[in-house]
Design a protein around this ligand. Structure first.
Ligand SMILES: [Zn+2]
Length: 299
């Protein structure tokens, strides 16, 4: 059943460009690469961080009337079953052949052996680490969990099936934001232990949704990557990739996206419900109406 969504989900880049108007130029410095730095806004966890990477197919948290109102506003429905059914459609995991459960772990091991560079016996302390996630790192456990999900298993199968084997690497960085672009994904080795909420948006992070979001920026995603349309791509990744995964895992949708400069300072924020309006600096959503914005308190 289709949800009459307030977020009417246009999937083509052209449609998104139309919604957003002129392409937004990302700020650059000469040293910065214009790649999405989604979670530069992650902050160190202050409270306890759950041991398990994320909840799987958890019922959506809609116990409070305020949350229910926000879900109604965002999805046009507060019914978890409807929201999750729509999410599965948006993620392309409905009506397709999914890898069998026992195949998923085997696929993960092949994916890791092909795309996680091994740690060299000697690493140059002055170079950034180039190795992939290693067993024992929180991020390795997160990738393993991701590979067990329907959307993750399908994505990993897509990577393994790619002909030609052009290099695509997954690295475990010491720190910094999760990032993805054409042929790489970088995630800190302590993720998700090192972060549990977005600094400016203030919302809880769903680590599995972050991995899927980063995949959307790679050549395995559905959006045509363009550095000139970074904000449009981010809105697309949050709305059509991250939020559906969040709803399957029991999280409220992410209502805002704050774009940061290479130093991690907030440049501009968009509301996912009204992406055509660009708010300079950092903003968060109004808890009473997620379509409205309030200035962020964080410095
Ligand atoms: Zn992104």
């Amino acid at each position: 059943m289709q949800i009459s969504a307030s977020v009417k989900l246009e999937t083509t880049p052209a449609a998104i460009e139309k919604t957003l108007g002129k392409p937004v130029q990302a700020a650059k410095t000469e040293s910065a690469r214009a790649i999405p730095a989604d979670q530069l806004s992650l902050q160190r966890a202050t409270g306890p961080v759950p041991e398990s990477p994320a909840r799987l197919n958890h019922p959506l948290q809609n116990s409070s009337p305020a949350v229910e109102r926000r879900l109604q506003r965002y999805y046009g429905s507060a019914d978890p079953a409807k929201i999750q059914a729509q999410a599965r459609k948006m993620l392309g995991i409905e009506g397709v052949l999914l890898p069998a459960p026992h195949q998923r772990q085997a696929n993960f091991l092949e994916f890791a052996s092909r795309h996680f560079p091994p740690r060299p016996s000697k690493e140059d302390p002055f170079e950034l680490p180039q190795h992939g996630p290693q067993p024992g790192m929180p991020v390795y456990a997160l990738w393993q969990t991701y590979a067990q999900t329907d959307y993750g298993a399908l994505m990993i199968e897509k990577v393994l099936k790619e002909a030609g084997e052009k290099p695509f690497v997954v690295r475990a960085t010491t720190e910094g934001p999760p990032q993805g672009w054409h042929d790489f994904i970088l995630v800190p080795e302590n993720f998700p232990r090192n972060a549990n909420q977005f600094r400016y948006g203030g919302q809880a992070i769903d680590p599995l949704a972050i991995l899927h979001h980063e995949f959307e920026h790679t050549r395995f995603g559905r959006f045509e990557q363009s550095e000139a349309q970074m904000l449009q791509e981010e809105v697309h990744a949050v709305r059509e990739v991250e939020n559906p995964v969040r709803s399957l895992n029991g999280f409220e949708p992410r209502y805002t996206y704050t774009q940061l400069d290479p130093e991690g300072q907030p440049l501009q924020t968009v509301n996912i419900l009204k992406p055509e309006v660009i708010h300079p600096g950092a903003w968060r959503f109004d808890p009473e109406d997620p379509g409205l914005m309030l200035p962020a308190d964080n410095k």
